[in-house]
Design a protein around this ligand. Structure first.
Ligand SMILES: Nc1ncnc2c1ncn2[C@@H]1O[C@H](COP(=O)(O)OP(=O)(O)OP(=O)(O)O)[C@@H](O)[C@H]1O
Ligand SMILES: [Mg+2]
Length: 366
């Protein structure tokens, strides 16, 4: 069952194209995220889905029905805005019941539904509080409850956790995902935070300059990025420039870097990988294994030697910066938790290796 579908949506402001031909299909009950940097057109796209903005071209269908000319309050969607729009002088219950009162729902039913939704978002005992008596995270939950109580088919959330501190965001991430599966509502969720998108979503669209560069599962985006933008926006990467020397039958590329080193990587996409083509090779810090001796059993096709220049301690996410021999390039590698690495210090010689299928080459069009 398809809840929301749009085709070739375009929106321009004066001569600036904010959304440039976006198509998407979201299944009922899915958690679909739109991930992209500031200014890439996320809010504009969402405002067209909600009906606050009219597309120049293209079509929006919700539950199979065209939304052309349908005003926001007649669409089976609700939107949680980037900047909270709660009524500060009303109580929590009055805020949450607002939409139902406007729909002329009977008072007894409003009372029951508001109580119900507030206890489901963990605010059952804050019903009579004023908004300014709540923490940021609680206010956020009120904003979400105010939309959920209307039982929309589709809930549009525009960076709902943007204003919260890191700890609270981590907590709300889990809460939101739980709420979504409990209510079974289709969520379309905007964020510029890749860890939010990866952790919560069934599918993610990576947006850049008004277009979707790739749509897929979190695993697709992480392990099989199709464009350099996706590879660098989703997670971290080390990069090398070079030229293709050879492509073998399995599609594995041998690349000679500018420093004269050989790297092996899989080609992202097809049809461009001829010998001599200039490429950029990407590999994530967490895909590289670090060892203290050259004769380590876990050696892969890609190997390089270097010296530790810096250790960036961050608990389980600590990284080591390694200066590659014969090059001025530094390579970031995750620091393994094993005891043998606990005494690692600056200047120590280390050996890095990683498999070709964990490394991606993209054509580099200078
Ligand atoms: N009403 C408008 N008039 C003119 N330009 C606009 C208007 N609304 C948005 N834009 C422009 O369109 C582009 C996309 O804006 P949008 O708000 O969709 O970005 P966003 O991806 O939501 O960014 P952020 O993550 O910062 O919220 C921006 O360059 C913005 O300046
Ligand atoms: Mg925005």
């Amino acid at each position: 069952m398809i809840d929301l579908e749009c085709r070739e949506l375009v929106k321009t402001f004066d001569r600036f194209t904010a959304v440039d031909g976006v198509s998407l299909v979201v299944e009922k009950g899915a958690f679909f995220s739109i991930l992209g940097p500031s200014g890439c057109g996320k809010t504009t796209l969402m405002r067209m889905l909600a009906g606050f903005e009219t597309p120049d071209r293209g079509e929006v269908r919700i539950k199979g029905r065209s939304m052309l000319g349908v005003p926001p309050n007649r669409r089976p969607v609700n939107m949680v805005f980037q900047h909270l729009a709660l009524f500060p002088n009303m109580s929590v219950a009055e805020n949450v019941g607002y939409g139902l009162r406007r729909r002329k729902t009977p008072r007894v039913e409003i009372h029951r539904r508001v109580q119900d939704v507030l206890s489901r978002v963990g605010l059952g005992d804050s019903v009579d509080k004023r908004i300014d008596q709540l923490s940021g995270g609680q206010q956020q939950r009120v904003a979400i409850a105010r939309c959920l109580v209307l039982e929309p088919d589709v809930l549009l959330l525009d960076e709902p956790l943007g204003a919260l501190d890191l700890k609270l965001r981590e907590h709300m991430k889990v809460e939101l995902k739980k709420l979504q599966s409990e209510f079974g509502t289709t969520f379309i969720y905007i964020t510029h935070d890749q860890s939010e998108a990866l952790a919560m979503s069934d599918r993610v669209a990576v947006m850049n300059r008004g277009v979707f560069e790739q749509v897929g599962s979190p695993q697709d985006l992480y392990y099989r990025p199709e464009t350099p933008f996706v590879a660098s926006f989703v997670g971290e990467n080390n990069r090398w420039r070079g030229r293709i020397v050879h492509r073998d039958l399995e599609g594995r590329l041998q690349v000679r870097t500018e420093q004269g080193m050989s790297l092996y990587a899989s080609a992202a996409g097809r049809g461009w990988d001829r010998a001599g083509q200039e490429v950029e090779v990407f590999v994530r810090p967490e895909m590289i294994s670090l060892s203290l001796s050259a004769a380590h059993e876990e050696m892969h096709e890609n190997r390089l030697e270097g010296q530790v220049v810096n250790i960036l301690f961050d608990g389980s996410r600590s990284q080591v910066l390694v200066q590659q021999h014969g090059s001025d390039q530094e390579v970031a590698v995750n620091l393994p938790q094993a005891a043998e690495f606990s005494g690692l210090s600056e200047g120590a010689p280390v050996y890095l290796s990683w498999p070709s299928n964990r490394s991606h080459a993209f054509p580099f069009w200078a």
